[in-house]
Design a protein around this ligand. Structure first.
Ligand SMILES: [Zn+2]
Ligand SMILES: [Zn+2]
Length: 260
């Protein structure tokens, strides 16, 4: 059974990823406008009424801003842990949504997809990454984390597709005009993963199963796509995994659609 994966949008202006098996399609996060989400799904040839669920990583606006309207439009069930559900209540527009609550660390199913939520360090109530699998096909999605952890490394090993944050380049962040407090937040253990940390993570998790890496949540101000791509490719080649395909994700257009 194969998975199809496309990162519809990634970055601080909105995040949404499409994953499907033969029978079930879901979205991870809903931070892209409803209209643009539907338009990008259509560009993949996906009918929007096929989306059976929306799984939410955490309550930051760039991951939930269109959750209510997408839920109403698609009729898709909503999945989050109770911390994230509570976190969304800060946004009045997201009150009263009919959540399906999962426990972090406990797998659940949507159709023939198995979803494994696991903790990541980020500055929200109970942020998670996901491994989504169908049969032997496994895709790992981890963005918005301040540091790599052993749990994340364990979850991402044996995935054929990994969507991994490569948020900022250290020197570009330091030299940016961002306020000192914001720089500290981004660099902190509950902030965002740098190119250097993403490369370290890739060298730790790369194995014979890995086919595709998507670099995600790139900062438009404090990163350069070509630089992130070059560093990730270099580290995989250095580890002996020349054949792994490294791809970018974008805020203004969908990524490539890959199968595993
Ligand atoms: Zn984010
Ligand atoms: Zn976040």
């Amino acid at each position: 059974m194969a998975l199809k994966i496309c990162v519809l949008a990634s970055g601080s202006s909105g995040n949404c990823t499409y994953i499907s098996s033969e029978n079930t399609a879901i979205l991870i996060d809903a931070g892209l406008s409803c209209r643009e989400t539907l338009r990008r799904l259509l560009s993949l040839g996906v009918r929007d009424d096929n989306i059976k669920g929306i799984c939410v990583t955490h309550e930051h606006d760039d991951h939930v801003s269109s959750l209510g309207v997408l839920h109403r439009k698609l009729g898709a069930a909503l999945y989050a842990n109770s911390g994230t559900k509570d976190g969304t209540l800060i946004n009045g527009k997201l009150a009263g949504l009919p959540w399906n609550i999962f426990l972090t660390g406990e797998a659940f199913s949507i159709g023939d997809l198995k979803i494994e939520p696991f903790s990541v360090p980020h500055d929200t109530y109970d942020p998670v990454g996901f491994v989504v699998s169908a049969g032997k096909s496994r895709a790992g999605i981890v963005t918005d984390m301040g540091m790599p952890t052993e749990l994340i490394r364990t979850k991402l090993k044996n995935c054929q597709v990994v969507i991994l944050e490569s948020n900022h380049d250290g020197p570009l962040l330091n030299d940016s005009s961002r306020p000192w407090v914001l720089k500290q937040r981004i660099k902190g253990w509950q902030g965002h993963l740098s190119n250097e940390q993403a490369c370290q993570m890739l060298s730790d998790i790369a194995g014979p199963d890995l086919r595709t890496v998507f670099l995600a949540h790139l900062s438009s101000e404090c990163n350069k796509p070509d630089l992130a791509l070059k560093l990730a490719k270099e580290v995989l080649v250095k580890c002996g995994y020349h054949e792994v395909s490294v791809r970018l994700t974008y805020s203004d257009k969908p990524s490539d659609l890959v199968e595993c």
